[in-house]
Design a protein around this ligand. Structure first.
Ligand code: HGY
Ligand code: MN
Ligand code: MN
Length: 420
């Protein structure tokens, strides 16, 4: 790889970073490429142990908090009140059949930046820490680890928190050696973090289409998830006259199609929607479905628009149910708050790009991230690199090696500026 920057500027080891990305990808790696590494799973816990070993070998202090967040640090062995650490990080859990960069890039680039800083004896007045946040993908509850770290964990909900396949958080954490009821202990003391910056793949097509190497994130969307259950009547699939059927699945199907139109029409242009979880009960071919259950996700950069879409979607569910003669239950599952990124951190990212002679552009994140929790307790920003074809949350998610190197160097210089 050709030298990308002037010799006086310290830069990361691209080969060492690439080899760690490949090594991490093996935990839950799939035969055809990609990875399935849900939080608390055996492969995730093996990855946690590997990461901790890599951090220690790189000379970092390491520890794990009550929410399972892994930390590696230069200058501290725990967070303290008014400690003013500069924090980076991301997550090592993945979606099912996901890519090897979503989350992993931010954690391993942070580790690489710290190892480079230590080897170069680069000065930093503030302590530096890198986090691997638990369950960013929200298998059991969205942005779990960073939510607990930022004091937004609700212990009253922990017993009910479960994956869509029914597996309970308390059981999954217990198998990994954690007590979910103690996750609240992860809350950081006041003033422990002076700034947070996260490197992440864009997971969309905008940077690649604009041919701009670095994205400076200015805001992050909120994500609202609602469980909608239509309840009709099980009946014989052959003998029941068509006009007498009260089909829970067909009501759910009509709702899903109309909810998409509703969000496109009333979402202000930047809201999006998805139905990725659908369940039919009893779910056998010769019974008219009694129940059609789905999780309706709506995302957008504006809090009021999201609240308005929630209200309109609930009204739509009731209209569909009435028209089809079925009952409907609408239950809010989770809602993250849209976040505005810190002007100070954005300026530090832009200055790092200038030092490295890299073009950058501002954009909002259409994906949710742990950074939106960190934004509630400290100055927060994100650095994006282009995703090839905008692909993510699929096994062929990838970014160029040069893009990864550029992103990690921008992270390195942003951290040095914030910690100066
Ligand atoms: O779903 C998201 O937006 C993120 O990738 N967890
Ligand atoms: Mn993701
Ligand atoms: Mn992610």
């Amino acid at each position: 790889m050709s030298r990308l920057y002037s010799p006086s500027v310290i830069t990361i080891s691209a080969s060492r970073l690439a080899s760690r990305i490949d090594a991490l990808a093996r935990f839950g790696g799939l035969p055809g490429g990609g990875v399935t590494r849900p939080c608390w799973s055996p492969q995730h816990e093996e990855a946690r142990a590997w990461l901790t070993g890599e951090m220690r070998a790189a000379g970092l202090e390491t520890w794990v908090d009550g929410a399972g967040n892994v930390f590696g640090a230069l200058g501290i062995h725990a967070f303290s009140a008014d400690g003013g650490a500069v924090l980076t990080g991301s997550h090592i859990d993945t979606v099912p059949e996901g890519g090897v960069l979503d989350g992993a890039l931010g954690v391993l680039a942070g580790l690489e930046a710290f190892q480079t800083i230590r080897e170069a004896k680069a000065p930093h007045r503030r302590p530096l820490a890198v986090a691997a946040w638990s369950d960013e993908e929200g298998r059991y509850g969205s942005l779990f680890g960073s939510r607990a770290f930022c004091g937004r964990f609700d212990p009253a909900r922990v017993e009910a928190m479960a994956a869509s396949d029914g597996e309970r958080l308390v059981d999954a954490m217990a198998r990994a050696g954690f007590d979910a009821r103690r996750a609240g202990e992860a809350m950081a003391p006041g003033g422990a973090v002076a700034a947070y910056v996260e490197l992440h793949i864009e997971q969309g097509p905008r940077l690649e289409e604009a041919a701009i190497p670095i994205g400076v994130v200015d805001s992050i969307v909120g994500v609202h998830r609602t469980r909608v259950v239509f309840v009709g009547q099980a009946d014989h699939a052959g003998t029941t006259p068509m006009e007498r059927r009260r089909d829970g699945f067909l009501a759910a199907a009509e709702y899903a199609l109309k909810a998409r139109d509703l969000v496109l029409k009333h979402g202000g242009g930047k809201s999006v929607t998805n139905v990725g979880v659908v369940r039919v009960h009893p779910g056998v071919t010769n019974i008219v479905p009694a129940r059609g259950e789905l999780v309706h996700e709506v995302r957008g950069p504006d809090r009021e628009t999201l609240a308005r879409l929630d209200r309109r979607s609930a009204a739509l569910a009731r209209r569909v149910a009435r028209r089809r003669g079925v009952e409907v239950q609408v239950e809010a599952m989770s809602a993250t708050t849209p976040a505005i990124c810190s002007a100070r951190v954005q300026a530090a990212i832009e200055a790092a790009c200038a030092t490295l002679g890299l073009r950058s552009t501002h954009l909002y994140s259409a994906a949710g991230h742990d950074a939106q929790n960190l934004a509630t307790i400290t100055d927060t920003g994100m650095i994006f690199i282009p995703s090839k074809g905008g692909r993510s949350h699929r096994v062929d998610e990838t970014s160029d090696g040069d893009a990864i190197e550029r992103g990690a160097n921008v992270l390195l210089h942003t951290l040095l500026a914030l910690a100066a």
